[in-house]
Design a protein around this ligand. Structure first.
Ligand SMILES: [Fe+2]
Length: 583
């Protein structure tokens, strides 16, 4: 059975599966070249089908990865307005104040107004969905909807490689989806699922973190990682903000400590910050939000393990993109094994919808083999592209037989190189195939990448790809039997003796790194590149950051790669076996 799953909305994504195996995942942003594109992902679906040798007509089942559908333009407009305006609109602020005061005594009119608004949004969303399916000629296919948090949980559970059967605890945590913000599910050794608890959208840790992101002048649902990156620079003074503004806002419900309960509707946490945190230092606010999320999630995970006796856990949902949180989870003694789903935001939902479909139809599911799930371009296709664009006019183009060795030599000599090879990565992070690579020990490389290409915020570090044979030498507490660190989804402190080698890829505030620990079988060519580099320099790692311009998604096509070369200070691009250098 050929199945197609679609996530609609922020960072719309398509995924395809055949007989329990995920064949490809592609976000629409990679087609549009618009970060977090919310356009209906039919072009992404078509590209995946073409790569798999299918045609959309042959799809036997369509899945939606949420029960509720919103019009993407309405969602994007609201999000854009929130990100641009640093105060809540006066009318809305007044309505919320009235709800908090008058609504506490007479809740019915406010509840009625909210129900009406939601109903209108639902009707508009359904109309949008029907129109899109018709245009895509998918309206005659059987369609099933899978609940948002079930998708997060299914993706987390089934994507992971398990060496032995046994009970697993699945945690999901995000802003909200289908009216829920967190779940805990126990899966027994036979694969039977039992949801133990869920928290409503109004009591959402994820919204608190996103509201803090907005309050700090950054984009919510996009820049949360910058708040995390800022947090280690705060001094202990942040404890006052934490105790006064953040800690009283949310707690574990005493009646059911697997759920969260908040003193205010967390969708309005931004207003809470306006009323209580204006004038506080930005780094203290970031550190307080980070402390809150770590303390609350650690208490939540511990409570679930205590209640069930299950220490083998996996996680899904956007909050678990927080690598510092994941670091604390993996360090818990009661966690025997932790699988953090990489790129676990809503772009992972269609994977979960497909796995749920497979599980309900008793198909044997296969874990994700790796994250190289995007499109591939052969050398012949790249050559045709270069010739048709007359690339030789502006660039030196040279076919290079052992391009990995050549790139390793260039990086060792201090050059910055872009690498476009093999299938593209699914998700936001480069895993070497759509990558900008540089020397991990030289701060000159760091500044070249940052100043001439990426324009990242000054407090944000880059990340390394580390050969598996060097990981134990560089990382404190590295234990691949407990946590796989292959996807830059968790963090480690680096060992003192590794500071010199990893100077340009560590967080300067706390000496931590967010590594991709690379095994040869995951990506043999990329592995050999770093191995050549280590033979020259003695360093078993490279600086690896995503190949894209600031504000653009990770590049997906040769056109986008060449565009990035043209528009940035980048001087070298390896497209397949072709080395392209600015003249
Ligand atoms: Fe979600």
């Amino acid at each position: 059975m050929k199945a197609l799953a679609l996530h609609l909305g922020h960072n719309a994504t398509a995924a395809i599966m055949q007989d329990g195996t995920i064949l490809g995942v592609l976000s629409q942003e990679k087609i549009d070249n618009v970060k977090n594109s919310g356009a209906f992902p039919i072009e992404a679906a078509a590209a995946l089908c073409e790569h798999a040798g299918w045609h959309l007509d042959g799809v036997g089942q369509v899945l939606l990865s949420s029960k509720i559908v919103y019009r993407p333009d309405a969602f994007a407009t609201t999000l854009d307005r929130k990100n641009r305006q640093h105060s809540t609109q006066p009318v809305i602020a007044l309505a919320r104040r009235l709800e908090r005061s008058v609504g506490a005594v007479f809740p019915a009119p406010f509840a009625f107004a909210r129900t009406q608004l939601r109903q209108r949004q639902k009707i508009a969303g359904e109309r949008y969905l029907a129109d899109c399916l018709k245009v895509a000629k998918l309206d005659s296919k059987p369609l099933q909807r899978v609940e948002h948090h079930l998708c997060h949980a299914r993706a987390a559970y089934h994507a992971a490689h398990r060496s032995a059967p046994g009970p697993v605890l699945v945690f999901t945590l995000d802003g909200e989806g289908d009216g829920i913000s967190s779940t805990v599910t126990a899966v027994d050794a036979l694969g039977n699922w039992r949801r133990l608890a869920s928290s409503p959208a109004e009591h959402s840790l994820g919204w608190i973190y996103s509201a803090t992101t907005r309050f700090l002048g950054m984009k919510m649902l996009e820049h949360e990682y910058k708040v995390m990156g800022l947090a280690p620079y705060a001094k202990q003074y942040f404890r006052d903000v934490y105790e006064r503004v953040f800690a009283p806002a949310i707690w574990l419900d005493a009646a059911n400590p697997l759920t969260f309960k908040s003193s205010i509707n967390t969708a309005h946490f931004y207003d809470h910050l306006v009323e209580n945190a204006v004038g506080e230092r930005f780094d203290n606010i970031a550190a307080a939000a980070q402390q809150l999320i770590e303390d609350m999630v650690i208490a939540w995970v511990r409570a679930a393990i205590r209640q069930t006796g299950i220490g083998n856990i996996c996680t899904g949902g956007g909050v678990f993109m927080n690598v510092k949180l994941n670091k604390r989870i993996q360090e818990l003694p009661e966690v025997t094994h932790a699988d953090f789903l990489p790129s676990c935001g809503d772009e992972s939902l269609p994977i979960g919808a497909l796995y749920d479909f497979a599980a309900r139809n008793e198909l044997h599911t296969q874990p994700l083999p790796n994250l190289y799930l995007g499109n591939n371009y052969s050398d012949a296709q790249i050559e045709t592209f270069l010739n048709s664009n007359d690339a030789g006019k502006d660039y030196d183009v040279e076919r290079t037989p052992d391009i990995e060795r050549k790139l390793a030599e260039m990086i060792a000599a201090g050059e910055v190189v872009a690498r476009f090879a093999g299938r593209g990565e699914w998700g936001a992070r480069s895993l070497g195939n759509r990558a900008i690579l540089a020397h991990p020990s030289q701060m000159e490389s760091f500044y070249t990448v940052n100043d001439q290409i990426k324009s990242r915020d000054f407090w944000m570090p880059f990340a390394p790809t580390i050969l598996d044979t060097f990981a134990d030498r560089y990382l404190q507490g590295y234990d691949p039997a407990k946590t796989d660190a292959a996807y830059m989804i968790t963090a480690f402190e680096i060992k003192p003796e590794a500071v010199t080698a990893l100077r340009a890829v560590m967080h300067s505030g706390d000496f931590s790194v967010r590594p991709q620990v690379l095994r040869r079988e995951a990506n043999p060519k990329y592995y050999s590149l770093i191995q050549h580099f280590s033979e020259i320099t003695g360093v078993g790692a490279v600086l690896n950051t995503s190949l894209n311009l600031h504000g653009y998604p990770l590049v997906a096509t040769p056109e986008q790669a060449l565009f990035t070369l043209k528009k940035s200070g980048l001087k070298n691009l390896a497209l397949g076996s072709f080395l392209i250098r600015k003249k």
